[in-house]
Structures are given as structure tokens and as C-alpha cells.
Design a protein around this ligand. Structure first.
Ligand code: ADP
Ligand code: MG
Length: 358
């Protein structure tokens, strides 16, 4: 049942993207394919190739995504991540250069967000059973013990290719960044194989390749979590780049009528409870955007907003549970804008600090 909820959410998100299909200005019909990987539904659309060429590109891109899952998933026993995890507190493990690179980015994201994003979140994720069929609420004692193990400073990166988790019981989980990385890699493959107009949608994380065939900006919707029929709260217009959302509605379970979602606060061990519904990041690199969306969500509206404003070439849209929408200062041109598409929400100009909560 829970899996069903997840898959439905993803299909809706996929519709968000393809619903914004550009006017046809190339000789080709858009060619799209779905593929289940990384615990979600992925969809890639190629706009500028014949059906036959597009099929080859799509298969190669999805093949690459499967490779990333095999190397980086916590849910694949022999993944490099699990090899590191099994040697926690014992010894360092040699990994591929790409896993090493992604871990460096994860570590950097943890550092700049002061641990709001933390790739050593694994023990907590496992205890909550976030992606399992039997999620549960760990008791306070268990949480206290697990929180001791979550600390990116105890992840030691030994150049050029060895990784060591200092304490026994530590566990990496790249669930908050791997999807973005997979999108970046799919984009690289798509480009290398000659397409310069495509849309990559990995479970709602969007990465654009080139421009829309008709030259107008892309339009990407941010989903309304209360409505499963593909309604959007805002539409983001952009020339290119990535649009990555972290929200409470992607994965969750109920216990005693209380909803527990999958983005964990590294200071409490509980699902982050900051009054936010979602955070959407817009920037170039999708792995970075993925980590930042998780980080900003955990930091909450005020701190998260300030954090994103402090970064170069990164913009964000924050949507609160009380239906307010905040956007960072870079959304200010026809090439990069946010427009409302839902009557129950309102866009608040300026920063959250300038606006006292209602
Ligand atoms: P989604 O997977 O829905 O796109 P996120 O990018 O926010 O959402 O990633 C959430 C996943 O990241 C969780 O399922 C878990 O595996 C992991 N995670 C949860 N909390 C954190 C955190 N504070 N820091 C890093 N990773 C996290
Ligand atoms: Mg993320």
C-alpha cells in the first residue's frame, strides 16, 4: 500500500513535466520512456531525435542509472556504500572514483549546511525503516544511541579513493543525493549521444538538457501534495538547469493518525517538523540541488532561506504548511521566474525574516 502511494506520487510528478511539453519545432515527435530504479519511477523524454536514435539514448541513460543504483544504494547488498558500511570502525574501503567524488560532494553539503544534510544518516533511516515495508518509530533510548552515530565528521575521505567510517555502527545513506547524481549522469550520456533537447525526470527531480525545441523557457510545476490529480502550486520558468524538490509527501507512513515522513532532522532523529511542505531548489547541478533541498528542508523556512541566499547560483522556493510561498531573490526575470497556479496559496514577497508568520 505504501509503495503504491509512492509510485502514484511519482507518476503524477512525471505528468507535471510532460504536461509542459514544448510546441513541436523539430522534425521529431518527443520520445519518452519510463523506468523504475532508485526506488521511484523515472521518465526521460528526448525531443530532437528519431524514435530509433532516441530509444538507444534512453536505454543507455537508464543503463547508467541502474549502474549508479548498484554502486550507491543502501538497498543493494553488494553496493560500494554497503561495503563501506560493513567495515565501519574496522578499516577503510577502496571505492570507484565516482563514488568517491559523490561522497566528497555529500561531505561538502553536510559541512556547509552544518549537518542538516548528513550522508551518515543511515542508522536513523534503517531504524525508522523509511523505505521498508515495516516502518516504525524508534524509542527515545534507541534514537539517542543512533544520533551518536550520525556525524559526517566521522566520515574520513582518504585521497584518492578510500573511505572510512570511524565508528562501528555508522552507516552511509546517499538517498538524499544519489537521485540527483543519477540525473547528472543521465544528462552526460544524453549529451554525449548527440541530443541537445531532453527532459530527465527522476521521481520528480527534474534535470533539463539544452533548451526547449521552440526556444521558449521550460515550465516545471511543483506538485500540490493535497491533490493527487496533478495540480501544481507554482510553476517555475527557466531556460535550463535542474528543479529538485524535497517534500513531506514523497514517502511517509501513519502511526496513530500521525504522519511520519522520510526527511530526518539530524538533531532530533525525528522527521523534520519545521512547518514546511516542500523546498524546491533551482540550480545547474542536480546532485548538489538534491542535497541542498534536503538540507534546506531540515533547516526550516528562515534558516533554510538564509542558507540558500548565501549560495551562488542557487535559488529556492519554500512552500509552508500554512500555504505561503517564498522565493529567493534570483527569481526575477522571464528566464527564471515563479508564478502561482493554485488559489489556496499565496506568494509572499521578500524574505521570511521580513514577514512575521500569520
Ligand atoms: P526524495 O528522495 O523524496 O527526493 P530527499 O532528496 O529529501 O527526498 O531525500 C530523502 C532521503 O534522504 C531519505 O529517504 C533518506 O534516505 C535520506 N535522508 C533523510 N534525511 C536526511 C538528512 N537529514 N540528510 C541526508 N539524507 C537524508
Ligand atoms: Mg535530496
Amino acid at each position: 500500500m505504501r509503495k503504491l502511494v509512492i509510485i502514484t506520487a511519482c507518476i503524477i510528478f512525471a505528468a507535471a513535466a510532460s504536461g509542459c511539453r514544448p510546441e513541436q519545432q523539430t522534425d521529431f515527435e518527443p520520445a519518452a520512456k519510463n523506468h523504475v530504479a532508485l526506488n521511484t519511477v523515472n521518465r526521460i523524454t528526448i525531443y530532437d531525435k528519431s524514435r530509433r536514435d532516441a530509444e538507444m539514448i534512453l536505454d543507455a541513460a537508464f543503463g547508467r542509472i541502474d549502474e549508479i543504483e548498484a554502486a550507491m544504494s543502501l538497498y543493494v547488498d553488494e553496493s560500494e556504500i554497503n561495503q563501506i558500511n560493513r567495515q565501519a570502525g574496522v578499516r577503510s574501503v577502496q571505492v570507484s572514483s565516482e563514488t568517491f567524488e559523490l561522497l566528497l560532494l555529500a561531505e561538502e553539503s553536510a559541512r556547509i549546511s552544518q549537518g542538516a544534510f548528513d550522508p551518515t544518516i543511515g542508522p536513523l533511516v534503517t531504524a525508522w525503516g523509511i523505505s521498508s515495508d515495516n516502518p516504525k518509530i524508534p524509542d527515545d533510548e534507541e534514537l539517542d544511541a543512533l544520533l551518536e552515530l550520525v556525524n559526517y565528521r566521522n566520515l574520513v575521505m582518504e585521497q584518492p579513493d578510500r573511505v572510512f567510517l570511524v565508528r562501528e555502527g555508522m552507516k552511509l545513506d546517499l538517498g538524499g543525493i544519489a537521485k540527483g547524481y543519477a540525473a547528472d549522469e543521465a544528462k552526460r550520456i544524453i549529451r554525449e549521444m548527440g541530443s541537445s533537447s531532453a527532459l530527465i525526470n527522476l521521481g520528480g527531480n527534474i534535470l533539463l538538457v539544452g533548451s526547449k525545441p521552440d526556444g521558449t523557457p521550460w515550465r516545471i510545476g511543483v506538485q500540490d501534495p493535497h491533490n493527487s490529480r496533478g495540480r501544481y502550486i507554482v510553476i517555475i520558468t527557466l531556460k535550463g538547469g535542474t528543479v529538485v524538490t524535497s517534500g513531506t509527501y514523497e514517502r511517509y507512513f501513519f502511526d496513530n493518525h500521525i504522519r511520519y515522513h522520510h526527511i530526518l532532522d539530524t538533531s532530533t532523529g525525528f522527521p523534520a517538523d519545521t512547518g514546511l511542505e516542500s523546498v524546491t531548489i533551482v540550480t545547474e547541478n542536480s546532485a548538489y540541488a538534491d542535497a541542498l533541498s534536503t538540507a534546506a528542508f531540515v533547516l526550516g523556512l528562515e534558516k533554510g532561506f538564509e542558507f540558500i541566499e548565501s549560495l551562488q547560483d542557487v535559488e529556492a522556493v519554500f512552500i509552508t504548511e500554512d500555504q505561503r510561498v517564498f522565493k529567493t531573490s534570483g527569481f526575477s526575470s522571464p528566464d527564471l521566474g515563479v508564478s502561482l497556479s493554485h488559489d489556496d496559496y499565496r506568494i509572499i514577497e521578500g524574505s521570511p525574516q521580513q514577514n512575521t508568520p500569520k
